[in-house]
Design a protein around this ligand. Structure first.
Ligand code: DGJ
Length: 748
């Protein structure tokens, strides 16, 4: 059964971790980490996972359900847990099953909170009572088999603990051994239960095109908050990430935070529920809205991964753990993914109007400022003159490139750069050869309108023929051309999500099969073309999640490239995702976004907080601009490893209408710290707030060096970590839209 083997294969770890039992744990993320330990006490039926700074405990209760007992800071090895016991029946209205903190629960027996699994069987039965069967511990992984009380529905819960960050990866595999097909109507990867309490605050991310990554906060009340996408893909409306802390008890770098993220690029949901007994639980998986998956006999369905972590170092600490985990355990080539090269991208310079001579001219200028990768964006293929035509026809446009792509690629190589290309594989313009030939290949309901977005329709990637076509043209493109990088775009969400060629009872499998085919194409392409890197772009940041990040090297956070707006966008992005995957271009001023004018220096410094790129029309840049750009690109290369791999501290987050924004990143080896500071406008002669650094070694000596701008007169060049962290330093930032950056380098 194709889809199921694909799903399982996707979850195989590329690298095995070295495992050993140990009772020694690090308190903070550092170079020194201990492996995770997983223990099962067969007398009490209690499972205990210790990893980095956290402990996670659950047990088999008296009705053979799995019940959470603890999730939080690391406990002593001598701390023991009694056997799990369901909450007693509070009243005939609050049955034990619904008020007990369940680890993974089927819908049945009076459950009123979100279930992890809901099934309709062909005989109409919809009751599912999952009971513990067995477990297996294998180093840092734990698998637990559960089964329905009478039907042969098997659920295997998979846990993997990361010894470096304490992050747990949780998923479930459903297996149909009943002999008849049944329909999965709701499925979650698992549920995270927090310590009982009423003082919790939820942080989450919201957005839209050109306005992604807004950090929201709300008090967790009795009832439910659902973060979700019903769009067929991840979306920017919400991002599948959450963080919960105790109100008033923490800040950027202090206090307890429970956080998590769902690795799924299809429609998804994370529900945050506080039940009648003030238990907060967070359940995540594919979105239950309009969902169904027909699972035939002997088939398996594996959920996406739901990641959960704990930090006692505030929301900043939680972000740092996420960043570290993404780099070391999620991205392709982990734990050593390649540093992001400095990219030039043609989109804002030329739009669809690309051609050989124009791209070559831009490439020459890009190479002269130190760019390492030249990327040609939209417009190179089919009859693509604008966004009305051509999508789906992946042949090189002969008018624009009479000799194919080779002359341009050769030119780019001769300039010492590698070459990247834009594609949007899952889309088609009705005005294209592909659509004329295969109008049935798009998502649609027969006889109903086909709603267009940006004049395009969504190809149904769940169909085997569409999958073969998409893989085939990408494979050809990469085989026939020396391409180092694909920018994989996706410029609309779903409408009319029908799959008429499928049997009516399995049409809704499209939600899972589409996304898994997308992943499997990425996997296969990477296997066949191991040197090719890929960016996940969706008209900006609408497909960023830990699912796609397993197969893509970087992401595009937003089409909004205004360097001031970007401070907010990048700030929100880094709550969940690493600056090491965050592409950030320097573009022209005044910007198309809002006509704002900003100095070239400001624009560079804003972008240098992520994976630096240039997306401007270099033909319009003066000699001085190009000289300055060359200097900034060179400076970036000297701090790139710190920015992309280090520990990020938000010294002043540009939230709550703050006039300032300051970030500091400390390299993994602790030898370099890079600080970027931005001022929107100064008022009433107030100086810029004193900047007190974090994460340095108190007794080490650090030397200050400016990348741009100036610090206050009298600031020492060399001082101790204590000095920079406790005394701090004043910055000469006055006026409007000012910026500076400096490094501190450990000299002793
Ligand atoms: C949307 C992307 O986000 C842009 O960077 C650009 O690639 C356009 N699509 C091209 O159509």
């Amino acid at each position: 059964m194709q889809c199921c083997t694909v799903i399982s294969a996707l979850h195989l770890r590329i690298a095995a971790l070295v495992l050993a039992l140990s009772s020694c744990f690090t308190v903070n993320v550092s170079a020194q980490t201990s492996p995770a330990t997983i223990q099962f006490d067969s007398t009490t039926g209690v499972f205990r996972i210790d990893a980095a700074d956290s402990t996670y405990v659950f047990g088999i209760n008296e009705v053979q359900g799995l019940q959470n007992l603890y999730w939080g800071g690391h406990l002593a090895a001598s701390d023991h847990f009694a056997a799990a016991h369901s909450m007693p029946e509070l009243s005939s209205f609050e049955l034990p099953i619904t008020v007990t903190p369940q680890e993974y629960v089927g819908w049945g027996g009076g459950l009123y909170v979100d279930p992890d699994l809901k099934i309709t069987f062909p005989d109409g039965n919809r009751d599912l009572a999952l009971k513990y069967v067995s477990n297996r511990i294998d180093g840092d992984t734990l698998s637990i088999v559960m089964k329905d009380i009478s039907r042969d529905v098997y659920v295997t819960l998979n846990y993997q603990a990361d010894g470096e960050t304490g992050i747990l990866r949780h998923s479930a595999t459903i297996e149909n051994r009943t002999g008849v097909p049944f329909t999965v109507e709701q499925i979650a990867a698992g549920t995270w239960n927090l310590p009982r309490g009423t003082d919790y605050r939820l942080r989450y991310l919201t957005g839209r095109w050109a306005g992604e990554w807004n950090v929201q906060e709300r008090h967790i009340e009795p009832g439910k908050t659902v973060l979700e996408s019903r769009r067929g893909t991840t979306g920017a409306q919400n991002n599948p990430w959450f963080a919960i802390d105790r109100e008033g008890a923490g800040d950027q770098d202090q206090g307890e935070v429970w956080f998590g993220a769902l690795g799924w690029s299809g429609s998804w949901q994370i529900s945050v529920e506080q039940d009648q007994l003030q238990q907060v639980r967070v359940t995540g998986g594919p979105n239950a809205f309009d969902f169904a998956y027909l699972l035939k006999p002997h088939e398996k369905l594996t959920t996406p991964d739901f990641y959960g972590g704990y930090s006692s170092h505030g929301i900043g600490g939680a972000s740092r753990l996420m960043h570290r985990y993404e780099i070391d355990s999620v991205l392709p080539r982990h734990p050593k993914p390649k540093l992001r090269p400095v990219v030039y991208n043609s989109w804002e310079a030329t739009g669809f109007d690309v051609n050989e001579a124009g791209q070559m001219a831009l490439a020459e200028k890009a190479a002269s400022i130190g760019v390492e990768r030249f990327v040609m964006d939209d417009g190179w293929f089919g009859e693509r003159r604008n966004d009305h035509s051509g999508l789906g026809d992946w042949y090189v446009n002969q008018q624009k490139f009479p000799h194919g792509l080779k002359p341009l690629i050769d030119k780019v190589h001769s300039l010492g750069m590698d070459f990247g290309l834009w594609v949007e594989p899952e889309m088609v313009n009705p005005n294209s050869d592909l659509y004329h030939k295969h109008p049935d290949w798009v998502l649609n309901f027969p006889g109903r309108p086909r709603t267009e977005g940006r004049n395009q329709l969504v190809l149904n990637l769940a169909r085997p023929d569409v999958r073969a076509y998409v893989y085939g043209f990408l494979d050809n493109l990469l085989t026939e051309n020396n391409i180092a990088f694909l920018k994989w775009d996706y410029n609309r969400n779903w409408s009319e999500p029908g799959w008429p060629a499928a049997a009516p009872d399995s049409e809704k499998n499209v939600y899972v099969d589409f996304t898994n085919n997308f992943y499997s194409i990425l996997v296969e392409l990477r296997q066949k073309h191991p040197n090719v890197e890929i960016e996940s772009c969706s008209g900006g940041g609408s497909r960023v999640d830990l699912g796609v990040m397993r197969y893509t090297d970087e992401v595009w956070p937003s089409d909004n490239t205004d360097a001031y707006d970007r401070l907010f966008i990048q700030n929100g992005f880094t709550y969940a995702y690493s600056p090491g995957v965050m592409a950030a271009w320097v573009t022209d001023s005044p910007t198309w976004v809002n006509s704002r004018s900003l100095s070239l220096e400001y624009r560079f410094l804003s972008s240098m907080q992520g994976a630096l790129g240039v997306g401007a029309n270099l033909n319009k840049w003066t000699r001085e601009d190009l000289d300055q750009a060359r200097t900034m690109v060179a400076a970036y290369k000297s701090i790139r490893e710190t920015v992309q791999r280090g520990s990020l501290y938000r010294l002043i987050a540009p939230e709550n209408n703050s006039e300032q924004s300051v970030t500091e990143t400390v390299s993994r080896d602790g030898k370099q710290a890079v600080t970027f500071a931005f001022l929107h406008s100064s008022r009433e002669l107030y100086p810029f707030p004193l900047v007190q650094l974090r994460g340095l070694e108190e007794n080490a000596t650090y030397t200050l060096s400016m990348i741009a701008g100036n610090v206050d007169d009298g600031t020492p060049v060399t001082a101790s970590g204590s000095y920079w962290m406790h005394h701090g330093l004043g910055l000469k930032l006055r006026g409007d839209f000012q910026a500076l950056a400096f490094t501190l380098t450990q000299t002793k």
